[in-house]
Structures are given as structure tokens and as C-alpha cells.
Design a protein around this ligand. Sequence first.
Ligand code: KE4
Length: 433
Amino acid sequence: MNTPTNAALFERAQKVIPGGVNSPVRAFRAVGGTPRFIARAQGPYIFDAEGTRYIDYIGSWGPMILGHGHPAVLEAVQKAAVDGFSFGAPTEREVELAEEILSLVPSMDQVRLVSSGTEAAMSALRLARGATGRSKIIKFEGCYHGHADALLVKAGSGLATFGHPTSAGVPAEVVQHTLVLEYNNVAQIEEAFALHGDGIACVMIEPIAGNMNFVRASVPFIKRLRELCTQHGAMLVFDEVMTGFRVALGSAQSIYAKAIPGFEPDISVFGKVIGGGMPLAAFGAKRAVMQQLAPLGPVYQAGTLSGNPIATACGLATLREIRKPGYFDALSASTRSVLDGLLASAREAGVPMVGDCEGGMFGFFFASELPTTYAAVMATDKEFFNRFFHAMLDRGVYFAPAMYEAGFVSSAHTPDDLRATAAAALDAFRALR
Ligand code: KE4
């Protein structure tokens, strides 16, 4: 049977699946061209339906921190599958995974496992509202917290007006309590709390915004958020779905705790890495907050496949690997190396390029200085990004197919892969000049 091409598969897919994909960013609409249909993956590589190999810097948008097909993870999943796929009843491994997560995140006493980052962020939001008895929430332009209605919001005009839906099908009433502010803008959060402080249930933020490619929340910004939330009885929710166990073993909050003594968010949201590629996410907080959740408290939350036996086996095996001594030092060095290689190639080719990285996550922009806000990200050279994306794809290197997405390195990426990436970039830059 002849091997189907990516184009043929895409044409067939679009007949039966909207846009031919089960998640919009996969359709390559931001960068143009035909999405690659992945047939298999191994280590740092993914192989498309035509057999073309790519060095993978998406890693399933973060989960594949160990690379694809890590033997310990594969063994754990295969064994779990034999023991049973799903029971709808508690299992010991859910307890083991919860204990593992809590041992790495001291800001939480308890955690609830769910099946996606959207579900975890949505549940964290309901928990914050239930625990405070308040309705208003603050999020930031450029941050993405999954597709729950109340979080699909764009900024209103000014701080007095609340958000507008970013999606059809979300009634204005649903987002009327959501205020969207500018990331890293201390003056705005001061004003918002002065206006609405005692009505705010929570502030939800990506501490390093991977949905703006790679933008760090400044330490003064996080410090002020923490102070204002404490002062006004609002909850600070760290959405670490992308940064969790990715930027550091203790996640982004451990980085801010080094800069701000005693810093802790009130609620944390995780996903991606903790599932190791299987559908698993989580949210957690101190015991007094988590006790508000059903079956103990009045905040309802549930899920048929929550804590799924195969997903917990995958996540547990992944966490046990990344917590091994030296793992994050090596991963951080690899990530630094791939970014430095890209920037050196850009410099040699005379292309203005900036970037930043932390742990196993990196980002780059075609600009002369690192953006710190959504507006600044959107002012970078998107056109050139898209041309560079395809030039690298043609050279066997697979970056995120959108300028506002981050990049991810795994412990399976070798120095040769990183050197090959830099060489491909230099060749691409020269071809694009
Ligand atoms: P999921 O529902 O996609 O598992 O998680 C939602 C989510 C929540 N919070 C943050 C910080 C996230 O980055 C995400 C999902 N990230 C995107 C990538 N930007 C997933 C890729 C996709 O949408 O297909």
C-alpha cells in the first residue's frame, strides 16, 4: 500500500474533523502550509507520515520532557495497561502520584487530579470563587488558561469595564466578572485592586507566559500581585500547566520563591509534564482551601477518568525520572545551548533575534529586545518567524507552528541534535536573507 502523504491525510482529515485537527494550533493556520501528520516518535525525534524525521522542539507542547519512548515510562505504561485501563474507583497509584507532586510543591497540602489543563484551570477558578464567595477574577492579556468560558476573554476598554468574549458561544454575562489586564503592568493591578479589591476572587497568571512564546513575569510584578492578593483576600492562582516541572523541578513558583522570600501562590494548576504525554492534569492548594471541594465541601468538581490508572503510571514514571540528581542541570544546559546556537546563527547572518530560556523551556523573537507584554510580542516580526519556521521544517527541525508558542527541549536531545539545529538555522537565515 502506498504511503499517504501529509497533504493527502490533511485533505482526508478535513472531511471528518473540523479543520482536520483536534486542536486548532495543529492546523498550521498561523504559519501556513500543510501540517505534518506524525506517524511515530523516538527520543528527540518525530517522524511524519512520509517518513521524514524532525528534531522535535514541541514535545507535545511540553509533556515529553524525557523525549519519546523513554524505557522506564514505556515499561510503567505497558504494565499498567495489563492491570487495567480504568476503574472509576480510587487506586493506590493516584495516591502515589499526589504524594510525589506534593513533595515537589511545598505551597500545596492537597491536590486533585483531572484530565486536562483546561479542566484543572476551570476547577481552580471555581474553587477560588467558592472559597472566597466572590465572583470577579483578573487574568492577563496574552496568557492562556485553557478554553473554559470564563477564561476566553479579551481586555475591555479600561479597568472599570470587564472583559469581552474571545470566542463565539460565550455569552457576555459569563465573562462580565473577568478583568483582563496588561502582563507585567504593576500600575494596572494597583488600580484594579483599588477599584475592585474586595470583590476579587482570584488573579490567574502564567508565571512565565509560554502562550506569548516566552515572557517572564517580573519579580516586582509577582511580588506586588502577592501583596495585593493577601491584602484584599483574593487568591493568587499560578497556572503552571506549561511551566510546572518544566522550568524547574519545583516549577516556576520555586524560582519566584528564591527571589521573594516566603513566596507561595494560593492555588497551583499543573498539566503536561505530570502526565508524561497521557491525559492528566492537577490543581492544588493548602488543605483548608482544598477541603472546600466535593465530597467534603460545597464546590463541585468531578471526572470519569480523573486519576486514570494508565495516565498516573505515565506521570509517576516521568516525575521519578526528572527528580533524579542532576537532571534539571543537564536539561537547562541543553536548553541554553540550543538557544545560544540559534542566537549565534542569527548574529552571524545579521538577523535581529532575541530569546530567553528557563529549565527545559525556551522562546525566541525576531526583534531587538525581549518583549515583556502581549503588545510587544505582537509587534515582533511575525512574517519572518513564519518564514523561519518553514525554512527549519524543511531542514528537519520542528518548532512550534505559531509565533506566540514556546519551545521545549527534552533530556533525549543530544549535543549533536543541538549542533544540527544551530547549523540548520544558519543555513535557513542565509537562505531567507
Ligand atoms: P489543555 O486543556 O490543552 O491540556 O491545557 C490548557 C492550558 C492551560 N494553561 C496553560 C498555561 C496552557 O499552556 C494550556 C495549553 N497549552 C497549549 C499550548 N499553548 C496546548 C496546545 C493546544 O492548544 O493544542
